[in-house]
Design a protein around this ligand. Structure first.
Ligand code: DON
Length: 543
């Protein structure tokens, strides 16, 4: 591919360049940021710091940080190597296409709350493989787990957000865990500033520290999961992470390094970026009804392609090159009616209100090692089922349960994303790294189906409109995804006049309090999403 040759050459050109005077980090919790700083000060690199922060987030951000989930890493090293690591969950061997369907709703097994809602977790093998390939070796595996263990053992002071979540979810935690769920099942009213101890989680982390991933995939944790009938030993032992060729595109002179399938994020992001630049459409404006309309229609086509063509790459029949081909995309985007909202056929039922969580971590060290990790349990606290000190994911809901039936994010899939043993479910997570000359930007966000459009908006604000990184993160977001045929507007992203004009074009509009929780960094800059709710935190570290 021509772009690829150019890009390889481009990397060689900047080989050895010092990227920054300092490191920068943005994460969903201040303790994760502290841990990153301490690992870097001890001589670790970005990848060491990311591993330590991932385990720390499993302790301090139990709604999304995890041992029981999975995710993706996008990497760009100081010597110009780009890579991605897929530690997405997989369906167990017993999984089958119609496992969440029943003739009557009474006997239906839930893809969100049952034990069957969980895929085999990838996080522990993910972090182990990241350590083996990119860890500096100046710090041992055990040193990288030490901060998380200490915080789990001695406790940390809960924030207002965490206290609210613990109180809100308390009855579900108790209901779904009749044998208890440690501190989560305590019958008390949580208040900010209370200390939160997780001794069972600390024991699990110590086992992983001492025995590596075997402790999780064939040792005591696997035993616990098998005993509780989540998976078989063979399911656990056969779980594999995948190193995948990154998707590399170009946007306004920036190299865009992003995640390939089983995430739909990278392809959809590059399609959106291309669509927003082609011809003369109103996307050269910010905040106008016309640009919101064009965005909705570009997005519609992108999410239609997502549903039809994307899934576990081992099952994909249409090549990535085809979906990113300019001639194909020109045709796809050529029939947008500037005056009328479009329509995407098929939809069996409407979606439930989204209530979910994921977390993103961005780190750039002073040598220029960049790492973007997005990781998730899918919904907030996953299935809310607690095993060996941690919550299990409910990622099986990311498969298409049945053709045309939307998941919790309203996303629809076809055969390509239907359930099969060992298969990875399609994701929207879009960890991304941008590079231009001696600058790197590392970014990503939670938000289910809105992740892709959020990453698109931030990149556009930053690269096309020249806003600062923090202003691009802060900017109010909009979202559209074909099904449902709705344009979502974040509070503050619209005026009455814009809404009136959009309605005249036939748009159904819904208002959202918040879209995503972005975490971005660049050389000597940290841009956490501090304006939106949560405990986002970031720092520039001189060391
Ligand atoms: O992989 C995915 O696309 C979803 N499981 C991510 C879920 C998510 O981002 C929820 N967060 N707000």
């Amino acid at each position: 591919m021509r772009t690829f040759t150019i890009i390889v050459f481009y990397h060689l050109l900047f080989l050895g360049t010092t990227y920054a005077q300092s490191a920068s980090v943005a994460a969903a919790h201040p303790l994760a940021v502290d841990v990153v700083e301490s690992i870097l000060r001890k001589g670790g690199n970005s990848f060491d710091a990311a591993i330590a922060a991932h385990f720390t987030l499993a302790v301090v951000l139990p709604r999304a940080g995890n041992l029981g989930g999975g995710g993706f890493v996008v990497i760009h090293t100081s010597n110009g190597e780009a890579a991605t690591l897929d530690f997405r969950e997989t369906a167990p061997a017993s999984a089958f296409k119609d496992m969440f369907i029943s003739d009557d709703d009474q006997t239906k097994v839930s893809s969100l709350t049952s034990k069957s809602a969980s895929g085999i977790p990838g996080s522990v093998k993910g972090m182990w493989n990241l350590y083996l390939r990119y860890g500096s070796r100046k710090l041992s595996w055990s040193e990288l787990l030490a901060p998380a263990i200490l915080i789990a053992d001695t406790g940390f002071f809960i924030t207002e957000k965490l206290s609210e979540e613990l109180n809100y979810n308390s009855s579900d935690f108790i209901l779904r865990n009749p044998k208890g769920c440690g501190p989560f099942c305590k019958d008390l009213l949580w208040e900010p500033g209370m200390r939160f101890l997780q001794t069972t989680l600390a024991e699990s982390l110590k086992g992983i520290r001492d025995f590596g991933p075997n402790y999780f995939y064939s040792g005591p944790i696997a035993k616990d999961l098998v005993r509780q009938k989540y998976f078989t030993f063979s399911d656990m032992e056969s779980y594999r992470v995948r190193w995948r060729e990154p998707l590399i595109g170009e946007y306004r002179g920036w190299e865009v390094i992003t995640m390939p399938p089983p995430s739909s994020g990278g392809i959809a992001l590059l399609q959106l970026l291309y669509g927003s630049e082609r011809g003369s459409n109103s996307m050269e404006e910010i905040g106008t009804a016309e640009s919101y309309h064009d965005f909705t229609e570009i997005s519609r086509r992108v999410y239609e392609d997502r549903a039809k063509y994307l899934g576990d790459p081992e099952y994909m029949t249409i090549g990535i090159d085809k979906l990113l081909d300019n001639i194909y995309l020109d045709k796809r985007f050529s029939n947008i009616d500037p005056d009328r909202v479009g329509f995407s056929p098929i939809l069996k039922k409407s979606i439930d209100e989204e209530s979910s969580e994921t977390t993103h971590l961005s780190i750039l060290d002073k040598e220029g090692n960049a790492v973007a990790i997005t990781t998730t349990l899918n919904a907030s606290y996953g299935s809310k089922r607690w095993v060996s000190g941690f919550f299990m994911n409910n990622e099986m809901d990311d498969f298409s349960i049945a053709p045309g039936v939307p998941n919790q994010f309203g996303l629809i899939g076809y055969e390509i994303n239907q359930i099969a043993p060992g298969k990875r479910m399609l994701s929207s997570m879009t960890p991304t790294i941008l590079i231009k000359e001696n600058r790197k930007v590392v970014l990503g966000t939670p938000g289910g189906s809105t992740i892709i459009t959020n990453v698109f908006h931030v990149i556009r604000m930053y690269c096309r409109f020249g806003h600062s990184l923090q202003a691009s993160v802060n900017a109010k977001k909009i979202h559209a995804q074909a099904w449902p045929n709705v344009l979502y507007l974040e509070e503050g992203s619209y005026s009455k006049k814009v809404v009136r004009k959009l309605k005249r074009k036939g748009h159904k509009i819904e208002f959202k309090k918040q879209i995503g929780r972005f975490q971005a960094v660049s050389n000597d800059q940290s841009a956490p999403d501090i304006l939106r709710t949560g405990d986002s935190s970031g720092r520039v570290i001189f060391y």
